[in-house]
Design a binder for this molecule. Structure first.
Ligand SMILES: NC(=O)c1ccc[n+]([C@@H]2O[C@H](COP(=O)([O-])OP(=O)(O)OC[C@H]3O[C@@H](n4cnc5c(N)ncnc54)[C@H](OP(=O)(O)O)[C@@H]3O)[C@@H](O)[C@H]2O)c1
Length: 351
């Protein structure tokens, strides 16, 4: 009989802003315990521990990895530190939930995933929306759009002010070299991958605005193979436009739209389904059938923590698919960066 722990004890590397949301989720998930925090600053770790009700505060990330009572680590560090700390965590026998973008490039992701696999620990990226019950409804509703969806259009953006570009890790090429593509495009790429069920054959992309060497407004076109020819995803991501987080998924017979696909409402997340759309009465009236599919009371970050905690405590077998999806997403990020560096030339992805 395998040994299943009743709760996964979590350690957090870095007192990051986003860690607050996930620590709250750890408090809410019945199979998780928010146990320890580590910071580069002892006083910062202690303040975070006290404010968020954790048991231990560690002086430095290494000390947390040496804590034998920590089962899994959450890594919300700047992107350029993900590779090092994922590898060190896996080698210390800790399961790894790593923030996105997972790394600076796909070859780093390969090493991270291989190290986790060799150490027998779970790897997953911190994409909360994938764990919202709404995504299961998206999957089961796709056939209403026709034989296969062939167009995914999405935008994820928010507007940073001068202080953002001056002080946030996202304004510094040494911490976040992939800019809005890694920070926001990651979500748009992932939903396209999920819906299309395949990797794109090729990518074309442009950076429309830069902050030094960091892209802060980018767009990309992804070409996917399809039964009846090429299928497309169009992606926009930006740190200079108003907050938007929408996706439209289209097929020959209909479309579905989510206005908050990244941070889905915990009380009522909605899919707007439109079918039988046509002009009638001599092109005067646009008739359509609109359905509102509603999913109530699902907190996506709690679902993510619950799922991961079950994997880490041995209640379900490890799931390599999460690492695979991160790697695929990162390969597309790499292709977007390559294409944009040559002003939108087509970059082919080798299968
Ligand atoms: N999944 C999501 O919904 C979501 C949402 C927001 C952000 N994120 C991702 O989470 C990560 C963190 O984002 P955030 O906005 O929470 O960042 P943040 O508040 O700046 O936190 C980053 C943490 O990293 C540590 N750190 C180590 N070296 C650092 C350095 N050289 N410069 C700055 N910080 C350093 C710091 O912790 P100590 O000083 O305590 O060591 C800092 O608190 C990013 O990868 C981001 O893309 C994900």
């Amino acid at each position: 009989m395998t040994d299943v722990a009743s709760s996964c004890r979590w350690g957090i590397l870095g007192a990051a802003s986003i860690a607050r949301k996930n620590v709250r989720a750890m408090h809410l998930a019945d199979n998780a315990t928010p146990f320890a925090i580590a910071s580069r600053s002892r006083s910062k770790a202690e303040a975070f521990r006290a404010e968020h009700g954790l048991d231990r505060a560690h002086d430095g990330y290494e000390a947390l990895l040496e804590d034998p009572e920590v089962d899994a680590v959450y890594i919300p560090l700047p992107t350029t530190l993900h590779r090092e700390w994922t590898i060190r965590a896996a080698e210390a026998g800790k399961h790894v939930l790593c923030e996105k973008p997972v790394a600076a490039n796909a070859s780093d992701v390969e090493v991270m995933i291989e190290t986790c696999r060799d150490a027998g620990v779970q790897f997953m990226d911190g994409l909360m929306f994938m764990h919202h019950e709404r995504m299961r409804r998206v999957e089961s509703t796709l056939d209403r759009l026709g034989p296969e969806p062939d167009l995914v259009t999405s935008r994820f953006s928010f507007r940073g002010d001068a202080a953002f570009f001056e002080n946030n890790i996202r304004g510094d090429v040494d911490t976040e070299p992939l800019g809005c593509v890694g920070d926001l495009g990651w979500y748009c790429i992932r939903i396209a991958l999920e819906v299309m069920g395949a990797m794109p054959d090729s990518v074309r992309a442009r950076h429309h605005r830069m902050h030094g060497a960091i892209p802060i407004h980018s767009s990309a076109e992804l070409d996917f193979p399809g039964r009846d020819g090429v299928r497309h995803a169009f992606i926009q991501c930006s740190f200079v436009h108003p907050l938007a987080q929408w996706v439209e998924i289209c097929g020959p017979e209909g479309s579905m739209r989510m206005d908050d696909f990244v941070i889905g409402s915990p009380t009522e997340a909605v899919i707007q389904l439109e079918t039988e759309s046509q002009l009638t009465e001599q092109d005067l009236v646009h008739e359509r059938r609109l359905e509102r599919i509603s999913i109530e009371d699902c907190v996506q970050e709690v679902e993510m923590i619950r799922r991961f905690s079950d994997l880490a405590r041995g209640a379900r077998p490890l799931e390599p698919i999460w690492g695979q999806r991160s790697h695929e997403t990162q390969r597309i990020v790499d292709a977007i960066m390559s294409s944009a560096s040559v002003d939108g030339a087509r970059v082919r992805l080798v299968p």
